[in-house]
Design a protein around this ligand. Structure first.
Ligand code: 3PY
Ligand code: MG
Length: 257
């Protein structure tokens, strides 16, 4: 089987940089995948893509160097299985609040093969195309399962969530976490309450021997998080980049002078 390059990057101590797709376009995914990112996340929670667009985006990403991941809309066995069967190399699950939810999520990503505890049903249609003939045997070790910590309940249970064996790591949602901490969705990562929560999640991952990543509103935040030891950072998403560049160009054309 082709292996998941992100796992090699994490074990080598490198930070993977992920693009993040909210626009439901195969062409846009292909473009972002060819732009130098280590991974590209198709966001099926807050982004526009439904299942058919997600499949087309995974197909487009298959010929790019970026590892394709999917953020599912919820912790649901069928939805997680469909993303993996369509060729995602990993799943990010939003709003994981308890160890039991983390276990359900992690089990959804693993086949009950060779003694593994999992609930993934067999039928890796595109998985076989992107992973090769040995995909069924090798998928458990290569698929990334990342549970999002972004609520007070998730933060309270972070050590138990990180310890769930079927989970590879945690992914921090600073906007929802900012709301949970009473700071609002645009809280700065430098605010002491949010900064403490982020560090707490990182420490739980370190203690459990798991990787940790974070969504970032800006490249500057992503840079700071990389320096702080995050192994996966996403410096914003496609709609943010598009709007920012449009604003910059219009300011050049319409601004003073
Ligand atoms: C959050 O910051 O809450 C996220 O889910 C990022 O996409
Ligand atoms: Mg969120």
């Amino acid at each position: 089987m082709n292996t998941n390059r992100l796992l090699g990057m994490f074990s080598d101590g490198q930070t993977a940089i992920a693009g993040w797709m909210s626009i439901d376009s195969a062409y846009a995914a292909e473009l972002v995948g060819c732009s130098g990112f280590d991974a590209v996340v198709i966001d099926c929670q807050h982004g526009m893509a439904g299942h058919p667009q997600m499949v087309a985006m995974l197909q487009a990403l298959a010929h790019t160097p970026a590892v394709p991941l999917v953020r599912v809309s919820q912790n649901n066995l069928a939805e997680i299985n469909r993303a993996l069967d369509a060729g995602a190399w990993g799943v990010i699950c939003p709003l994981v609040n308890t160890a039991a939810e983390a276990l359900a999520f992690g089990r959804a990503c693993r086949y009950p093969l060779d003694g593994a505890q999992g609930d993934r049903s067999f039928g890796p249609a595109r998985g076989l195309l992107v992973g090769g003939a040995s995909y069924p045997q090798d998928a458990n070790a290569n698929i990334l399962a990342l549970a999002m910590i972004e609520t007070q309940a998730g933060l309270d249970a972070v050590a138990a969530i990180a310890a769930v064996p079927q989970i590879d790591g945690l992914f921090i949602g600073p906007s929802d976490l900012g709301i949970a901490l009473g700071l609002g969705p645009a809280a700065s990562y430098e605010h002491p309450l949010l900064a403490d929560a982020i560090r707490r999640i990182q420490e739980a991952c370190k203690a459990a021997g798991k990787m940790v990543g974070i969504w970032c509103g800006s490249a500057e935040m992503a840079r700071a998080m990389q320096a702080q030891g995050m192994q996966l950072v996403a410096p914003g998403h496609d709609a943010i980049w598009l709007k920012a560049e449009i604003a910059r160009r219009l300011a050049v054309l319409r601004g003073p002078g």
